[in-house]
Design a protein around this ligand. Structure first.
Ligand code: FES
Length: 119
């Protein structure tokens, strides 16, 4: 496990980026619960900490895909309806996996995460 920060640094409804072992991770707090995941959007790699919350989801600022921060699941994909202002994207481009979630632990007011290079 890697130490990330003091627990008081993670505010309710915040999305915080930390770099640990050269990996960008996102640590947030929603509904009083801390979570950690890869900061890279599973769709096309945008920084998820620049997104916003909507319910239990983090909404990526880039194309609006939504991921549940508890389960990590992709829960909502933007509708890519053709319009005059939007170039239709192909199916492969639209595809996205789920969030890569990391185990998180609080010990003596410090936040720790387990990331793959540490397993
Ligand atoms: S990069 Fe996040 S929704 Fe496309």
């Amino acid at each position: 496990m890697f130490r990330v920060c003091n627990v008081s640094e993670i505010k309710e409804n915040s999305l915080n980026k930390f770099t640990i072992e050269k990996k960008d991770i996102l640590v947030g707090k929603r509904n009083g619960k801390l979570f950690a995941c890869d900061d890279s959007c599973p769709h096309r790699g945008a920084s998820l900490h620049k997104g916003i919350y909507k319910g239990n989801n983090v909404v990526c600022y880039m194309h609006g895909y939504e991921f549940d921060v508890v389960t990590g699941k992709l829960t909502n994909m933007k509708s890519w309806k053709k319009s005059d202002t939007w170039i239709e994207q192909n199916q492969a481009w639209r595809e996205s996996g789920n969030l890569i979630m990391y185990e998180i632990e609080i010990k003596q007011n410090e936040v720790y995460v387990k990331i793959p290079s540490n397993q």
